[in-house]
Design a protein around this ligand. Structure first.
Ligand code: IVH
Length: 675
C-alpha cells in the first residue's frame, strides 16, 4: 500500500473501523449482511495495512483485533432469553487470503522455522455459524455460539434438534470432558424449502444458506428449529490433555464416537500439496449439497500447533484460503417489478446474457428499493453480477467508469404492476407491498396454490390448474373451490372425466384435513405449519381463536408479537370471518386441536416448563395438557410450578424463587401424573 499522510490515515481508519463494526453487526446479529464477504475482506485488508503503517492510530475497538459478535442486542435478547456462557477457551476467527501465493508463503514460513514438508489437515471451509459443543461424561451439556469470542449464547435446546448431533456419544475412549467446535449449516435443499415457505406465509426469504442457518439457530422455539433441516460438521477438538498427537487423529476419534465430521478433509504434506487440494476443490465444491466458501489449512501436529500459538484474533497454525465469488460484468437492459405471492414487489434486472459459473445469466435480483438506491443503479449501466451461496444471482455493484451518458435512473413503481393498487412500504422488511391481498390476481392465485398444497389441504391442483380456474372466472374466494362442478371442470384444457373425478375426490378428502392444517391453509401472514399447530393446540376451535386478542396470543410461549398481531388482524377483517363461515359450511374442520385428555390430575394447575428434558419441551407441554393442566410461558403469581429440566433459564428460576413458587424436576412431575 502506498504511504499516505497521518491525518488522512486517521480519518480513513476511523471510517473503516466504524463501517466494519457495523457490517459485523449486520452479519452476525441481524443475519442480514449488506455487502459481500469479499468486499468485507477487502476493507479489512485495507484497515490492517493502515494500522500496520500507523500502529498508534489503531482504535481500541478495532475490528482487526476482535471477532465479530453474534450476541443479540439487549432489546432482542429479552424475547430470546438465551443464557450467556463464557468460553473456556476463547473462540477465535481465522486469518484468510484470496491468493495462492500467500497460502504458499503461510506454509513456507512455518516450514522454514519448523522443518520441511510438514503435514497439514486440509478441510473445506463450511459457510455456516460457528458452534462450540461441550460433552461431559459422554453427554452433550452445552452448545454455545461464538458470541463475541469471549462469551456466547447457550443454544443447547435448539442444537439438540439437529439430527446429526448426538446427545450421547457412542462408547469409546472419550475424555470425561471436552469441547468440540464446528459449523452449523443449512444444506441447499433445506434452504430452498424454507424460503419457499417463508414466501408463502409472507415473510422475507433469507438471502443465503448462512443467514438462514444463523437466523434459525437463534429462534425462540426449538420445535421450529427442528423443522429447519439444519446440519452440522465438527472440525476442532479442545480439552485438557487430549490423548492425540495430531488434529486428524482427534477428528477421526470424534467420528468414531458418533460425531459428525467431514469425509472430505485430507492430510497433505508440504505447501505444493496444499495448493493442489485447493485447486481440486475450487471447482468440485460447486457440486456439494451445501455452501462452502474456501479451504482451511491447519498444521496437523498438535505439539507444533501449541508452539505456534495465537495472535489476538486467530491461530498462527491455521489459515483460510477463500474462493473469490465469481463475478461477471454485463449491461443492465431493463428492470421488471415482480409481484410475489404475498404482494411483495421485487425488482428484477434484465441483463445482457453473460456466462457465469457454468450458466448463462439473463436476470438478477436487485432485492428492494433501498438496495437500488444504495447501488445508484441506472438502466444502461454496466453492472457486476455474482452468484454467491445464493441460488438467484444478484447485482453487487455498478462500474461507474463505463456509465453511458444516456443511462436512465429507474422509477420504482408507486402502483402495483398487477392490479394498480397504491403500494405500501413495510419498514421492518424494507420492502414494498401491494396491500390488495384479496383482489390482486397474483396474490389471489398464490393463496389458492398455498391452500391446495400438500402440507395444507392437499387438493390435486397445480399452478396451471389454478391459473385456468382463475382465468375462467371460476375461483375468486377459497370457498369457491368447494362449489366447483364436474361440468365446469370439464372446461379445463385436457381435463377428462377421470381428472375431474380425481380432483373432486381430493376436494372431498380435504374435508377431513385436521384443524391445524386448515389454519395453516388459510394463509394468514407469518403462520407457518408449526405456529398453526401451536395455535390449534391453545385454541381448541376457531371461535376461540377468533376472539383472542393480540395480547392473549402473545402470552403463548413461542408466539411473538408479530405473529400475534398478524393473527388478530386477520380475524378483525369481517371478510375473513365470512370466508371461514363459508368453509365451515363446506364441511372443513375448524376444531379439535387440543391434546387428547388422559386425566385431570393437573386440573387448575398452571405450569411453566424450562430447560432440557429427556423428552422434547413440546412433548412435555402436551403431557401437561393431556393431564388437565395448562403450560404457560412466563412465571407469574398465577404459576403453580416451575418444571425445571437441565439448565433451566436463570431468569425463570430467580422469579420462581422470589415469588415462592415450587420448582419441580422431571421425576417429580412424572410422579404427579402417575407415570
Ligand atoms: S477451524 C481457531 N475449520 O470459518 C479457529 N473453521 O472464517 C478454528 N470454518 O471461525 C476454526 N469451516 O466458523 C475451522 N474446516 C473449518 C472451518 C472453519 C468453516 C469457520 C469457523 C471460523 C471461520 C473463520
Amino acid at each position: 500500500m502506498a504511504r499516505i499522510s497521518k491525518s488522512a490515515a486517521k480519518e480513513r481508519i476511523e471510517a473503516l473501523s466504524a463501517e466494519l463494526n457495523r457490517h459485523n453487526y449486520e452479519y452476525y446479529v441481524l443475519s442480514s449482511p449488506v455487502i459481500t464477504d469479499f468486499e468485507f475482506d477487502l476493507k479489512m485488508q485495507e484497515l490492517q495495512a493502515l494500522e500496520a503503517m500507523y500502529p498508534e492510530l489503531a482504535l481500541p475497538d478495532s475490528p482487526t483485533q476482535h471477532v465479530g459478535s453474534d450476541l443479540a442486542a439487549p432489546k432482542q435478547e429479552e424475547k430470546r432469553g438465551f443464557e450467556q456462557v463464557t468460553h473456556k477457551y476463547p473462540m477465535l476467527s481465522l486469518g484468510n487470503t484470496y491468493s495462492r501465493e500467500e497460502m504458499l508463503a503461510f506454509c513456507n514460513k512455518i516450514e522454514a522455522e519448523n522443518g520441511e514438508k510438514l503435514e497439514y489437515s486440509c478441510e473445506l471451509k463450511f459457510d455456516g455459524v460457528a458452534i462450540c459443543l461441550t460433552y461431559v461424561g459422554g453427554e452433550l451439556k452445552q452448545a454455545v455460539t461464538r458470541g463475541d469470542g469471549v462469551k456466547g449464547d447457550n443454544v443447547l435446546e435448539n442444537v439438540l434438534t439437529i439430527k446429526s448431533i448426538p446427545r450421547h456419544l457412542k462408547p469409546g475412549n472419550w475424555p470425561r470432558e471436552f469441547e468440540i467446535r464446528g459449523e452449523i449449516f443449512m444444506p441447499y435443499a433445506a434452504f430452498e424449502t424454507l424460503n419457499k415457505e417463508k414466501e408463502e406465509i409472507g415473510e422475507q426469504p433469507f438471502a443465503n444458506p448462512r443467514n438462514a442457518a444463523s437466523g434459525s439457530l437463534k429462534l425462540q422455539s426449538s420445535a421450529q428449529v427442528a423443522e429447519r433441516g439444519l446440519d452440522c460438521v465438527l472440525y476442532h477438538m479442545l480439552g485438557e490433555e487430549l490423548p492425540f498427537s495430531t488434529h486428524s487423529e482427534a477428528i477421526a476419534a470424534a467420528s468414531a464416537w458418533g460425531l459428525p465430521t467431514s469425509e472430505l478433509s485430507q492430510v497433505r504434506k508440504g505447501a505444493a500439496d496444499v495448493v493442489d487440494y485447493i485447486d481440486c476443490w475450487d471447482s468440485r465444491r460447486k457440486a456439494l449439497p451445501y455452501a462452502t466458501d474456501g479451504v482451511v489449512i491447519k498444521v496437523n501436529d498438535l505439539q507444533l500447533q501449541k508452539r505456534l500459538g495465537f495472535t489476538a484474533k486467530s491461530p498462527r497454525w491455521a489459515t483460510a484460503y477463500k474462493f473469490k465469488p465469481e463475478q461477471a460484468l454485463t449491461r443492465l437492459n431493463s428492470i421488471d417489478y415482480q409481484v410475489g405471492r404475498t404482494g411483495a414487489i421485487t425488482p428484477v434486472a434484465n441483463l445482457e446474457p453473460v456466462p457465469l459459473s457454468g450458466t448463462i445469466v439473463k436476470r438478477a435480483s436487485l432485492h428492494n428499493k433501498d438496495q437500488m438506491d444504495l447501488l445508484d443503479v441506472r438502466i444502461g449501466d454496466w453492472v457486476y453480477v455474482e452468484k454467491g451461496g445464493e441460488i438467484i444471482p444478484k447485482i453487487t455493484g455498478v462500474e461507474l467508469s463505463k456509465r453511458p451518458d444516456d443511462a436512465v435512473r429507474p422509477d420504482f413503481p408507486t402502483l402495483c404492476p398487477d392490479c394498480g393498487t397504491p403500494l405500501v412500504r413495510d419498514e421492518d422488511q424494507a420492502r414494498h407491498y401491494c396491500p390488495n391481498r384479496t383482489g390482486c390476481p397474483t396474490q389471489t392465485k398464490a393463496a389458492f396454490v398455498h391452500f391446495t398444497s400438500r402440507d395444507a389441504m392437499d387438493i390435486l391442483a397445480g399452478d396451471a390448474t389454478i391459473d385456468q380456474l382463475y382465468n375462467l372466472n371460476l375461483i375468486r374466494r377459497l370457498s369457491d373451490l368447494y362449489r366447483l362442478t364436474k361440468e365446469q371442470l370439464m372446461q379445463l384444457d385436457g381435463w377428462q372425466e377421470r381428472s375431474c373425478d380425481n380432483f373432486l375426490g381430493s376436494l372431498e378428502k380435504s374435508k377431513t384435513v385436521p384443524y391445524a392444517r386448515v389454519l395453516y391453509a388459510l394463509g394468514i401472514r407469518h403462520i407457518g405449519k408449526t405456529t398453526a399447530k401451536l395455535l390449534a393446540k391453545h385454541f381448541p376451535d376457531i371461535e376461540a381463536l377468533e376472539h383472542a386478542s393480540a395480547q392473549q396470543l402473545s402470552e403463548i410461549e413461542d408466539i411473538g408479537d408479530i405473529v400475534a398481531a398478524s393473527v388478530a388482524d386477520y380475524f378483525a377483517d369481517p371478510d375473513n370471518l365470512k370466508l371461514i363461515e363459508e368453509l365451515k359450511a363446506a364441511g372443513l374442520q375448524f376444531a379439535g386441536g387440543a391434546a387428547q385428555k388422559v386425566s385431570d390430575l393437573l386440573a387448575g394447575k398452571s405450569i411453566v416448563v424450562s430447560g432440557v428434558f429427556s423428552i422434547s419441551r413440546e412433548e412435555m407441554k402436551s403431557l401437561i395438557e393431556a393431564n388437565g393442566g395448562s403450560a404457560t410461558g412466563s412465571v407469574s403469581g398465577k404459576t403453580s410450578y416451575l418444571l425445571a429440566g437441565d439448565k433451566p433459564g436463570d431468569a425463570k428460576v430467580k422469579k420462581a424463587n422470589s415469588l415462592g413458587i415450587e420448582i419441580i424436576d422431571e421425576q417429580q412431575f412424572y410422579s404427579m401424573i402417575g407415570r
